[in-house]
Design a protein around this ligand. Structure first.
Ligand SMILES: Cc1ncc(C[n+]2csc(CCOP(=O)(O)OP(=O)(O)O)c2C)c(N)n1
Ligand SMILES: [Mg+2]
Length: 590
């Protein structure tokens, strides 16, 4: 393994050649600095106040939030747009258990989030005192690494190691610190960051892949999240152009290839692009670049079972455990998506020049135009004072600034947005990814805005999910973070209502919502609030919100129209055996 020290992240060594006397709190804060931390997210707590107190003098911002789950989502969004760690910290016990959902989300988004989890004091742990719980087992399945700081004297060493692993393995880590271990003094070395130098993959598999691609009749590239994380879009473009290979975005990675490129076909998966599905269905060789080929991302969609079962699949993933895990593959390359693309292109060029395949470019163009036209004909009628969701999504897409960072939540309208969201640069798209928790998008956008204040940060949120998130408007106002929320106000937990429509004869148990005017609520919290109830107002509302550079909530009044459901794959018609429940059986079982 090659270890590289990143000189730009270095702080001045505390003392030439030796250790420096300091408190564990100071060692902790100096370690954050050595790892390049500038921003943290959390809620203040006595358990770590001795270290927290030093943040301003160290030049570390503490973004004080409304709920710890959102602090961890913010850290996630921050890390996804900056490529740096996202750091969250909270009070032992309840503050830490509040992190759980968001750390699980970060795990599936491959975000290098560092959760600092102060714990009950070492001398009382186990006695059932105040705010006590075992904090390690809770995170054991949703972190890449966990460490319990077992001596105050190891504070810097173990914290630093956690930061290294988060970045090198791309995922959340936990640093668990008994609260009394912030106190005392000792002689500390502040370790410098160690980043593993990434590599393209093994030469044999790269050779085999290049041979396979050179011979392909209809090669297709599936550009995944790994391409975005490796900053490899440019290299992916070069490879695609050389092969004249159509490029599909993997599910919820619509920013992994520029939408306007003549070879870009759009995203696969739920509410994805029919053009992408039809083109990948024709492939004899698929290069899955930087993708774990997650099972949800390739489910049949729009009635198309498009995965090319007879095609040869080349998979590139930096985590060898992902190779061949979900889909059968012919070649698995354990490597960095960007570097693998470079190496594959070099090998292809060495095998002789391929000529541009004009016919394939024309095929992509034709499929893309057909899909665009078809999508435009899908009805989404407006009603008085309410906009059809597809019309709203199309209007938002038209008004979207080119450099916007957009996060989406889990819900029907947010999912339908997948058909409408196009990006020219990466990273730009922060979807809730495979953990699929409602309440992800707004805090993720807030974190993204903290990390990249120069770019607009826009969250798409359903009104149900908004109930989980709107407390963070307080954070945006307090901390002066001009993130924008577009709340799809359809008066329902729509995605779940769709299942009740399809399978439960419209028995709407728990799916109707009664909302206040969310624009008024936002105003009362000190943010800008705008209600939009006509499609013609949408563009101006979004552009105005971006221009205002103030925290803004756009309360978008939508009809109750719903798109295809999430999980048709997992439902059966209901069957009840007991007489008292029989009338709730599907007709065929009554
Ligand atoms: C934390 C969490 N709770 C519950 C669910 C189940 N769920 C999935 S979509 C959905 C409805 C979302 O409703 P809303 O946010 O209003 O968006 P809409 O579907 O109406 O567009 C629910 C409850 C979930 N995914 N995450
Ligand atoms: Mg809703």
């Amino acid at each position: 393994m090659n270890i590289m020290v990143e000189p730009k992240n270095l702080v001045k060594a505390p003392a030439a050649g030796g250790k420096t006397r300091m408190t564990p709190s100071e060692a902790f804060v100096e370690t954050l600095l050595a790892q390049g931390v500038k921003d943290t997210f959390g809620i203040v707590g006595s358990a770590y106040m001795d270290a927290h107190d030093l943040f301003p003098l160290a030049g570390i911002r503490f973004v004080s939030v409304a709920h710890e789950q959102n602090a961890a989502h913010m850290a996630d969004g921050y890390s996804r747009v900056t490529g740096k760690h996202g750091v969250c910290i909270a009070q032992n016990g309840p503050g830490i258990t509040n992190f759980v959902t968001a750390i699980a989300a970060a795990y599936w988004a491959h975000s290098p989030v560092v959760a600092i989890t102060p714990e009950s004091g070492s001398l009382t742990m186990g006695l059932g005192g105040f705010q006590e719980t075992e904090q390690m087992p809770i995170f054991s399945k949703i972190t890449k690494w966990q460490v319990h700081v077992n001596s105050p004297l190891r504070m810097a060493e173990l914290t630093s190691r956690a930061f290294d692993i988060a970045m090198n393995e791309r995922g959340p880590v936990q640093v668990n610190v008994p609260r009394d271990y912030f106190y005392g003094e000792g002689d500390f070395d502040i370790p410098q960051p160690q980043r593993v130098e990434r590599a393209a993959g093994g030469p044999d598999t790269l050779d085999a892949a290049a041979r396979m691609l050179a011979k392909a009749k209809f090669p297709v590239i599936l550009s995944g999240g790994g391409v975005v994380m490796a900053n490899g879009v440019k290299e992916c473009i070069a490879l695609a152009e050389y092969l004249t290979a159509p490029v599909v975005n993997s599910y919820l990675h619509n920013d992994s290839f520029p939408a306007s490129h003549p070879l870009c076909c759009g995203p696969l998966g739920y509410q994805g692009s029919k053009a992408a599905m039809k083109l990948i269905a024709r492939a004899d060789v698929v290069l899955a670049l930087g993708s774990r080929l997650g099972p949800f991302g390739t489910l049949p969609q729009h009635g198309l079972d498009y995965w090319p079962k007879d095609a040869k699949i080349i998979q590139v993933d930096s985590d060898m455990r992902m190779l061949g895990l979900v889909k059968k593959i012919s070649v698995g390359i354990c490597g960095d998506a960007r570097l693998a693309a470079v190496e594959l292109l070099e090998r292809l060029k060495a095998q002789g020049r391929l000529t541009a395949n004009k016919q394939r470019i024309a095929q992509v163009k034709a499929e893309k135009e057909a899909w665009k036209e078809e999508l435009a004909t899908w009805p989404s009628p407006n009603e008085k004072g309410r906009v059809g969701p597809r019309q709203a999504l199309a209007a938002l897409a038209r008004a979207m600034p080119k450099n916007a960072m957009v996060s989406t939540d889990i819900g029907n309208v947010c999912s339908v947005a997948n058909s409408y969201l196009h990006f020219e640069m990466a990273p730009s798209f922060l979807a809730a990814m495979s953990f699929g928790n409602c309440g992800y998008s707004y805090p993720a956008a807030i974190g993204a805005k903290v990390g990249r204040p120069d770019r607009p940060a826009i969250a798409y949120v359903g009104d149900g999910a908004w109930g989980m998130s709107l407390n963070e408007v307080l954070t945006c106002v307090r901390e002066n973070i001009p993130a924008i929320a577009v709340v799809f106000n359809n008066g329902q937990w729509g995605a779940e209502k769709k299942n009740q429509i399809d399978y439960f004869e419209k028995r709407y148990l728990g799916t109707n919502l009664k909302n206040p005017n969310f624009a008024d609520v936002a105003e009362a919290m000190g943010a800008n609030g705008i209600t939009v109830d006509h499609v013609d107002e949408i563009g101006d509302a979004l552009r105005g919100a971006v221009r205002s550079n103030k925290p803004t909530v756009i309360n978008m009044m939508l009809t109750q129209e719903l798109g295809d459901p999430f999980r048709r794959d997992a439902f059966r018609q209901p069957r009840r055996l007991l007489q008292k429940y029989r009338k709730y059986s599907a007709k065929e079982f009554r």
